[in-house]
Design a protein around this ligand. Structure first.
Ligand code: LLP
Length: 432
């Protein structure tokens, strides 16, 4: 099994944090997103532990809620003393709706609207992560009108190519995110920010990409950011107090993935920061990290019911499920790897070569090609692992398929629904 909270019970059924997956599928219907609350809370604590260990607690874990956004996750983040990163008025609204402490919210986005910025200012979010020079103008004007000062971080492109999928790398020079170092744009941003009356420059931010396995790209990013910090001090005399290194820590989607531990990542980055601090004679800044996938990704298992099975001799066998790209578009978008099993045959070996197909009218609607599962038959429950990040949040109503429910499970406790299944009525709610 990919993770400790997965198991097999005496009936030979898959268990998720102690709950029988087949029972969950019966009780709540399929497709169904199941999330291990134990895993989510455990991951938050791991990150906190390493911030304490390597930075003497001078740091903050911000959950990147684009990975999984709903009321309950913001409540859990509150309980786990994490802040959150939001990237839209909608995510901010959801966080505010459960009373998330606004000082622990950072607001991202490469094209924030006037309304979104006003919402951030009106609600006193902790930091606005400013993505470009024009945003600084807009934000200062909005803050002036509201008679407030807004604390900001500037998003920098550190020029690092993190060797991940083309669409999920963001730190290189050709990116729509952030201010470039090479062209002097980032320094100009700092100078502008320092001039504005209603802007309080606190820190700099970078995010180099997602699903990154090695520590080197993060170490390079820390190095580049620290060097910039020193340059800012030299040119302006201003000492930036905070560095936000973004998210991007890789997780295990299949047995072949071997991400480094968060502790290892934190220790390596801390080494760079401490070395640079000594070399440049600049005190250690407060560190922020923004893990999304690493907190919720492994926690998720999607349950489906197997339907049609079509064997195409000498080519492949399509095993169709009652969901697909509408609840998990990641294979269609990025050819992401996943592992799957038949939950009601979990104790048996996986020897059947299958292509798992969704039910959307789209040939590319696949969850995985040529993967081994137990021999399936119609009516079986299929489980796809590591689906907790960017599945529910990227789900759609393509083909007017309602989005599945989300259920949280916890060892020794009853499962509980945290997002209801969409109904057909929900689908026509906004139609005139
Ligand atoms: N911080 C910033 C500024 C980000 O842009 C992101 C992700 C994160 C943090 C969190 O990254 P994580 O730790 O989750 O890798 N839809 C794609 C992922 C897009 C990530 C966008 N930004 C996927 O399904 O893989």
């Amino acid at each position: 099994m990919l993770y400790d909270f997965l198991g097999v019970n005496e009936k030979g059924n898959l268990t998720i944090s102690g709950s029988d997956a087949v029972h969950l599928a019966k009780k709540y219907g399929t497709p169904l997103y199941v999330m291990s609350e134990d895993y989510i809370r455990g991951a938050c604590r791991e990150f906190h532990k390493s911030i304490d260990k390597y930075y003497g607690g001078n740091g903050m874990v911000l959950f990147a809620s684009k990975a999984f956004s709903c009321k309950e996750i913001y409540r859990i983040m509150m309980q786990e003393n994490c802040g959150v990163d939001v990237v839209s008025g909608g995510e901010l609204y959801t966080a505010l709706s459960v009373g998330f402490p606004t000082e622990n919210i950072v607001f991202h986005g490469n094209n924030k609207s006037q309304d979104e910025l006003k919402m951030a200012v009106d609600n006193n979010v902790g930091r606005v992560i400013v993505d470009g020079l024009s945003e600084l103008d807009m934000l200062d004007a909005i803050a002036e009108k509201a008679n407030k000062t807004v604390s900001v971080m500037l998003r920098i492109k550190p020029g690092i190519d993190a060797h991940t999928h083309e669409f999920i790398k963001t730190g290189q020079i050709d990116s729509k995110f952030g201010l470039a170092l090479e062209t002097g744009e980032a320094l100009e941003g700092v100078k502008k920010a320092l001039e504005y009356k209603n802007i309080n420059l606190k820190g700099i931010h970078c995010h180099i990409g997602s699903q990154i396995f090695g520590t080197e790209p993060f170490e390079s990013a820390a190095d580049v950011m620290y060097t910039f910090l020193a340059k800012v001090k030299e040119e302006t005399g201003f000492c930036i107090e905070e560095i936000n290194l973004g998210g991007g820590f890789g997780i295990r989607y299949t047995e072949l993935d071997s991400p480094v531990s968060y502790d290892m990542y934190m220790s390596k980055v801390a080494e760079v920061m401490q070395r640079k601090s000594k070399e440049l004679g600049i005190p250690m800044p407060k560190i922020y990290i923004e893990p999304g996938r690493a907190i919720v990704g492994p926690a998720g298992v999607t349950l489906y019911t197997v339907g049609a099975i079509k064997a195409i001799p000498n080519i492949r066998t399509y095993v169709s499920i009652d969901g697909g790209m509408s609840d998990n578009p990641r294979y269609a978008l990025y050819q992401s790897d996943y592992e799957a099993c038949i939950a009601n045959k979990a104790a048996k070996p996986r020897k059947f070569l299958a292509t798992i197909a969704g039910k959307c009218c789209e040939s590319g609607d696949l969850i995985q090609e040529d993967t081994f599962i137990q021999k399936p038959k119609s009516g079986d429950i299929m489980a796809v692992f590591s689906t907790g990040a960017y599945n529910y949040t990227m789900a759609s109503n393509y083909n007017r398929i309602p989005r599945p429910a989300t259920v949280f499970v916890k060892e020794g406790e009853k499962s509980r629904i945290v997002i209801r299944r969409e109904t057909y009525e929900d689908l026509v709610r906004n139609d005139i």
